[in-house]
Design a protein around this ligand. Structure first.
Ligand SMILES: Cc1cc2nc3c(=O)[nH]c(=O)nc-3n(C[C@H](O)[C@H](O)[C@H](O)COP(=O)(O)OP(=O)(O)OC[C@H]3O[C@@H](n4cnc5c(N)ncnc54)[C@H](O)[C@@H]3O)c2cc1C
Length: 210
């Protein structure tokens, strides 16, 4: 996929609005869309391309496993940067901690389940989706081209092409990689830069190796 650089502001839009296409509706893409919709209402047509059913959950917060918890206290995990207590207030109103007392540590910090944060993110996005301020395309972007009129066109796997003045790439962070200091031992089976690609037998091999 190209990086979309060079899209011209003022190209495709609806009426006076410029179109922003956000590729990826995990936490990052959803927050970008949410901020645009809040801070510049009616200025942009905002389209989020995300194959998952809900926006805001992404890889980290779409898990259904109750053992998966956020690893940063709730007090530091707001969806709204200008409102640091936004998630904590939502938690209280929702009551998610009442049925999950283990979420609160003895010093009072809350580490709710990651699926709870995903639900919070989706619920925060919902009014904007219902109002049409943000559009969710349940699809996958496959390429971005320059259009003849100077804007961009985002092509989706389902065949749709969305014209854009701006394209935001929010389709996750790069895969883990070993720091440069490990260059000399790259390729050694005992070095596992990306645990997701580790062989299943890794723990016992590691035990023997070290
Ligand atoms: C397991 C795990 C737990 C974490 N826990 C925490 C935590 O507790 N606290 C914290 O602060 N941070 C946590 N993080 C860090 C977390 O990654 C970031 O906070 C944030 O969720 C990253 O969101 P993202 O939107 O950048 O990426 P992602 O969540 O990866 O979202 C990217 C989205 O892009 C979509 N996508 C990919 N390709 C395309 C395409 N071609 N077209 C359209 N859509 C596409 C994917 O479906 C996905 O939903 C955790 C990360 C992981 C992996």
């Amino acid at each position: 996929m190209s990086d979309g650089a060079g899209c011209v502001p003022g190209a495709p839009g609806e009426g006076d609005r410029q179109t922003v296409v956000v590729i990826g509706g995990g936490f990052t893409g959803a927050v970008v869309a949410h901020q645009l919709a809040r801070r510049a209402p009616a200025r942009f047509r905002i389209v989020v391309v995300e194959p998952r059913s809900a926006l805001g959950g992404g890889v980290a917060y779409s898990t259904a496993d109750p053992a998966h918890r956020i690893n940063v206290p709730a007090s530091r995990m707001s969806f709204v940067p200008s409102d640091p207590c936004h998630f904590e207030r939502w938690l209280k109103a929702d009551g998610a901690l009442v049925e999950d007392p283990e979420a609160v540590t003895p010093d009072g910090r809350a580490f709710p389940r990651r699926q709870v944060f995903g639900r919070y993110a989706a619920e925060t996005m919902e009014p904007y989706l219902l109002a049409g301020a943000i559009e969710h395309r349940r699809d996958r972007a496959v390429s971005v081209d320059r259009s003849a009129d100077g804007g961009c066109v985002v092509h989706l796997a389902g065949g749709e092409a969305v014209a854009a003045s701006f394209v935001v790439l929010a389709a996750t962070h790069p895969a883990p990689a070993a720091p440069a200091a490990f260059d000399a031992v790259l390729g050694d089976p005992r070095l596992i830069p990306d645990p997701r690609t580790a062989p299943r037998s890794t723990p016992s091999r590691l035990t023997r190796a070290f």
